[in-house]
Design a protein around this ligand. Structure first.
Ligand SMILES: *Cc1c(COP(=O)(O)O)cnc(C)c1O
Length: 390
């Protein structure tokens, strides 16, 4: 059989062995431990030599279905899961790096990741070099100086900058460095970093994968030896995904392809509409031909995603005025849901930064991050029209 399309994979992958007695869904397996009457069998499972589960901090049947589904969607050799996206990101650093190592990354990364780069990792003797996010030459030059890991996030949060995965992963490979890509914004429907040469892909499953803002989770996909190493770190450090969340994420992922298709189409329409609005200073959306890295995005993405941000003329005062006027906007520090969600970075992704730090990162105070939901694009445009007018 030929490899199933991503639409089909999103519905079916990972579940076959786990449906019990013909049930249509994977059960929520809440048992903390699995028991075995036979010593030899028990030991074989415990040593990983036979299939099965021992203790839920390590593995769990519902969680395993989630891992197999994201693995299939990313076309990965292996996958493991975490309680949150940040647990995935911090576990991969602590499992794969050691004191004296150097990471090359960019100034624009998710706020929590940036915090690990500027505070936590240096305290553990890991050197971090953060480059201008869109200066691929500068990033390549830093890779050439030698590093253990290249860490990319593309498109970035919240200004939707795009980095050339294939080019930078090839540069890292030449220097023997691993490439990790945070694929949360694009999702595997729009972008598969492993196929572009990355070694590992990390996800906040809390966002588009789950899609309903009701469960947190993280995932790591890629080369088996690396995923196993991070899994063994996680099973001890304890940041495991729970079965209830895994079930909700699995259920959400069945509609991932449908949701992303709608969100891609609506976001492109909305971005074009905002770009000609007199009160909007700039729109950050990789699908716009005017986006500085539009060509790179068009090359490595199948769709441009549901995330955008736009800056209002008049800065924070305008944001304060417009925010309460929205009727179809969940004003919250979340993204990737079926509902349209938005807010200024000063209260969401970059709340831990000062206005000066945000300015240095190119994040104006008048910016609104806008995560397009699955509502009708006409209704969302009408809502934006009302909020920005007056
Ligand atoms: C939300 C987010 C994270 C962190 O995920 P949590 O599930 O909130 O821990 C990491 N990267 C990106 C791009 C995100 O949007």
């Amino acid at each position: 059989m030929t490899r199933a399309s991503l639409d089909t994979t999103a519905v079916w992958a990972g579940e076959d062995d786990l449906r019990l007695t013909g049930a249509t869904t994977v059960p929520i397996s809440l048992g903390v431990a699995h028991g075995y009457p036979d010593f030899e069998h028990w030991q074989a499972v415990a040593l990983g030599q036979a299939p099965g589960h021992i203790y839920a901090r390590n593995t769990n049947p519902t969680v395993e279905a989630f891992e197999r589904k994201i693995q299939a969607l990313e076309g990965a050799e292996d996958a493991t899961s975490f309680s949150t996206g940040m647990a995935a990101i911090s576990n991969l650093f602590f499992a794969l790096l050691k004191p004296g190592d150097r990471i090359v990354s960019a100034r624009d990364t998710y706020g929590g990741t940036n915090q690990l780069f500027i505070d936590t990792l240096p305290r553990w003797g890991v050197r971090v070099t953060l480059c201008d996010t869109t200066d691929a030459d500068a990033i390549e030059a830093e890779i050439a100086r030698g590093c253990a890991m290249l860490y990319l996030e593309t498109p970035t949060n919240p200004t939707l900058k795009v980095q050339p995965i294939a080019r930078l992963a090839a540069a890292a490979r030449r220097r023997g460095a691993l490439t990790v890509v945070d694929n949360t914004f694009a999702t595997p429907i729009n972008q598969n970093p492993l196929a572009l040469g990355a070694d590992l892909v990390v996800h906040s499953a809390t966002k588009f994968l789950g899609g309903h803002a009701d469960a947190m989770g993280g995932a790591l996909c890629g080369r088996r030896d690396l995923v196993r190493a991070v899994y063994h770190h996680r099973e001890i450090n304890g940041a495991s995904l729970d079965a209830m969340s895994a079930y909700l994420l699995l259920r959400g992922m069945k509609t991932l392809a449908l949701r992303i298709e709608r969100q891609n189409a609506s976001a492109l329409r909305i971005a074009r509409w905002l770009a000609q609005h007199p009160r909007v200073e700039r729109v950050n959306y990789p699908g716009l031909e005017t986006h500085p890295q539009h060509d790179i995005a068009a090359e490595q993405m199948r769709g441009f995603g549901g995330m955008m941000s736009f800056a209002l003329k008049g800065g924070l005062d305008e944001v304060r005025r417009a925010l309460p006027r929205f009727k179809r906007l969940h004003r919250a520090a979340n993204l990737g849901a079926v509902e349209t969600v938005g807010g200024p970075p000063a209260t969401t992704s970059h709340v831990e930064c000062t206005p000066e730090e945000r300015a240095a990162m190119g994040i104006p105070e008048g910016l609104i991050r806008y995560s397009v939901g699955i509502e009708s694009a006409d209704d969302l445009i009408a809502d934006l029209d009302h909020a920005l007018a007056g």
